[in-house]
Design a protein around this ligand. Structure first.
Ligand code: NAD
Ligand code: DAU
Length: 353
């Protein structure tokens, strides 16, 4: 079996569902269930013996030690993290705690487990550390996309905490020979994403008749990838990647934020007419230190491991909007409670124009 951490969050849950859709290999899912972790994401696995949920923190040494000793996974995929840039600006402490100290602790427990394995088990053991393109910093309009050789230059507390974790992962390869593979992926979107991130927030607000808050002038660029394509890339890296290597993953779909929001409005108009969604677009004050542009060169994973995205941005976005329209109960469930308090903190003044 394999062990994933953070498998109740957005990408982790999609990974667990896709995994069990494709194979019968059981999956142990260790998740702390922070505000971003939601077992409703995995509701369809109720009663499925192939999914074993362990409630806990990657930083809890005793719990991780016990989970490894009990389940003896052949691989670990580490998704667990605090993942929202704006939250890291308002309060960086949990980002350092989970992304840096938690990852360190998980690597330590994994090292101890790995060291005690038989040589044949060691040869096939893998630890995939899931990271982000934000570790590379920000690009100018004419800069080449980030490659695996791009120097790290993280700009937000979130990006810095992920960069620190990546450095620890690298050190565990070089110092201890732990077979870690690191993936650095661009912006994901798709079903089950918590509506604090751009695309689900805009879908939620558009349907609720609320403002669509675009930061600054809306011309910041992100490189979008459908979550199912990211999950397929991680499975590919797990099965065929070379230990010690890093792989950039991206959708070759650079869009400005305002373009993304306008495209969403067009899709919503088609699928749920009756409202002038685009008139809800509102430009609000910018994110402090807002990275201008991200773009990924995914040439290495395509050349070496034969992975490439299946969804275009337009097909993936239409699929995503349809999912949110069909899952209004899910959306209502996650938009109560903590999420509402977050909205008041992050968007105190709605419009700048
Ligand atoms: P998410 O915030 O939706 O989910 C994170 C999950 O981790 C939640 O289920 C949460 O409960 C769990 N978690 C948090 N702290 C934990 C801890 N200490 N111990 C155990 N579980 C804990 O995040 P996501 O968007 O699904 O991102 C998953 C991973 O992918 C993260 O490492 C993130 O940095 C990386 N990533 C995300 C994107 C993206 O666009 N969302 C892109 C590239 C990389
Ligand atoms: O690049 C990969 C990263 O993508 C991941 O590592 C992060 O976990 C993930 O959250 C994401 O980070 P971003 O900061 O790029 O994503 P977010 O959805 O928060 O914002 C996308 C862009 O949209 C960004 O330029 C900020 C802008 N934005 C965001 C929100 C929430 C707005 O204009 N308005 C908003 O309300």
């Amino acid at each position: 079996m394999i062990l994933v951490t953070g498998g109740a969050g957005f990408i982790g849950a999609n990974f667990v569902l896709d995994w069990l859709g494709e194979s019968d290999e059981p999956i142990v899912n260790l998740d702390k269930l922070t505000y971003a972790g939601n077992l409703a994401n995995l509701g369809q696995l109720k009663g499925d013996a192939r999914h074993i949920f362990v409630h806990g923190d990657i930083g809890d040494r005793a719990l991780v030690e016990k989970a490894l000793a009990t389940h003896r996974p052949r691989a670990i995929v580490n998704f667990a993290a605090e993942s929202h840039v704006d939250r890291s600006i308002h309060g960086p402490a949990p980002f350092i705690e989970t992304n840096v100290v938690g990852t360190f602790s998980l690597l330590e427990q994994t090292r101890s487990f790995y060291t005690a394995l038989a040589p044949s088990e060691q040869a096939s053991f893998r630890f995939v550390h899931v990271s982000t393109d934000e570790v590379y910093g920000s690009l100018g309009p004419d800069d080449r996309p980030f490659s695996e050789a791009t120097a790290y230059a993280p700009n937000s507390p979130y990006a810095a905490s992920k960069a620190a974790a990546d450095h620890l992962a690298r050190a565990y390869v070089h110092t201890y020979g732990l077979p870690v593979l690191t993936t650095n992926c661009s912006n994901n979107y798709g079903p089950r994403q918590f509506p604090e991130k751009l695309i689900p927030l805009m879908i939620h607000n558009a349907l609720a008749g609320k403002a669509l808050p675009v930061y600054g002038d809306g011309s910041n660029v992100r490189d979008w990838l459908y979550v199912g394509d990211h999950c397929a890339a991680i499975r590919t890296v797990l099965e065929r990647g070379r230990p010690g290597e890093t792989y950039n993953i991206g959708g070759k779909a650079e869009r400005t934020n305002v373009d993304v929001v306008r495209t969403l409005c067009r899709i919503l108009t088609e699928l749920k007419p009756g409202r002038d969604y685009a008139s809800q677009i509102t430009f609000v004050r910018d994110r402090p230190g807002h990275d201008r542009r991200y773009a990924i060169d995914a040439g290495k994973i395509t050349r070496e491991l034969a992975w490439k995205p299946r969804e275009s941005f337009e097909s993936g976005l239409a699929r995503t909007v349809r999912w949110y329209l069909e899952n209004t109960t899910w959306l209502a469930g996650v938009t109560s409670g903590d999420y509402l308090k977050w909205t008041e903190l992050n968007y105190p003044v709605e419009a700048t124009s």
